[in-house]
Design a protein around this ligand. Structure first.
Ligand code: 13P
Length: 340
């Protein structure tokens, strides 16, 4: 394990003003996104769409890393440059999603566990050859009105995340550990805080038990937020206070950065909530940044609609989202900027 390399990559990913573009949708997920704009999910359309994102002028000021899907890591731009090389040449670090998705956890109805550990050591070696410097593994924790998530599901997911993280570091790849407590459902913000706390507690117990170097690891959590169907929605200030309180209680200061997922929030809310956290009058022990999928891409998809004639405008929409989130990294975003 090359400690210096792991630390320096992790720190570069959470450099000031910068965050991650999550463009690692699996083929079934990108198909859902394309269906919403009536674009067929062919290999070439997926390649072209990712090319539009990766070749947008100026994004390297705000985007430090991009998470790719296996297929995308093997694809190239029109002029034949592999995407990993294209991104690296712009100063953007290529990363790779390595989990194989969340599946039903046997004997625990309603709970899921993420698969993908078998053969992971060999896959990581290949991804490293292809240019990936960091990786992502997503655990999915649902909340219902009764007994989901079970304590066992939390433990099983924490254990898998830690085994994945240790394998990554053995291969000199920075692991991003993503325990996502879903915002589907009608639960309130307090329930989200409680479940997120349990998940983070279990995760850091397992990371430490597996000997994972925290200084070379990034955490990608949900924000502490009410379920989408909860009648009491929270303000950005409430989300920021609950999220920061929960993270301070459960995330060691040795972690260089926390890169939130957007999880189904609107693009504007995801920016606003991150801004509120970075605008708080307290010093945070870690960088608070973003690793957004939908919150960076929704405006791009809606503008592009699969038409070449819309590419320039779609890239402008993408640059703007990157820039606004870059400003939210410093707590200096305001709603007025949305319309300028
Ligand atoms: P969203 O920001 O759309 O939640 O996606 C981030 C991600 O990488 C989920 O694994």
């Amino acid at each position: 394990m090359n400690i210096d390399e792991l630390k320096s990559v992790a720190e570069a990913i959470v450099a000031k003003q910068k965050g991650i573009l999550a463009a690692d949708e699996s083929n079934p997920t990108i198909k859902k996104r394309f269906d919403s704009i009536e674009v067929e999910s062919t290999e070439e359309n997926r390649r072209r769409y990712r090319e539009i994102l990766f070749t947008t002028d100026g994004i390297e000021r705000y985007i430090s890393g991009v998470i790719l899907f296996d297929e995308t890591l093997r694809q190239s731009s029109r002029d034949g440059t592999p995407f990993a090389r294209l991104l690296s040449s712009r100063g953007i670090i290529p990363g790779i999603k390595v989990d194989k998705g969340a599946k039903a956890l046997a004997l625990y109805p309603g709970n899921k566990v993420t698969e993908g550990l078998d053969g992971l050591r060999d896959r990581l070696a290949e991804y490293k050859q292809l240019g990936a410097k960091f990786a992502k593994w997503r655990a999915v924790i649902e909340i219902d009105e009764h007994e989901v998530p079970s304590a066992y599901a939390i433990r099983a997911n924490a254990h898998a995340l830690a085994r994945y993280a240790a394998l990554c570091q053995e291969a000199d790849i920075v692991p991003i550990v993503e325990p996502e407590v879903l915002m589907d459902g009608a639960h309130d913000i307090d329930r989200c805080e409680k479940v997120t706390s349990q998940m983070l507690e279990a995760l850091f117990t397992e990371l430490n038990a597996h000997g994972v170097l925290l200084e070379g690891t990034l955490l990608k959590p949900n924000m502490v937020i009410p379920g989408m169907k909860c009648p009491h929605q929270a303000s950005a200030k409430q989300v920021a206070e609950a999220s920061v309180r929960c993270l301070r209680r459960h995330v060691p200061a040795a972690i260089p950065g926390i890169v939130f997922l957007s999880g189904g929030q609107s693009a504007e809310d995801a920016t606003d909530n991150l801004n509120a956290m970075n605008g708080m009058d307290v010093h945070h022990p870690w960088q608070l940044s973003f690793s957004y999928g939908r919150a960076l891409q929704a405006p791009v998809l809606a503008t592009w609609k699969g038409r070449e004639s819309n590419v320039a405008e779609a890239q402008r929409a993408f640059f703007k989202r990157c820039q606004l989130n870059g400003l939210a990294r410093e707590g200096i975003y305001s709603h007025k900027m949305e319309n300028s």
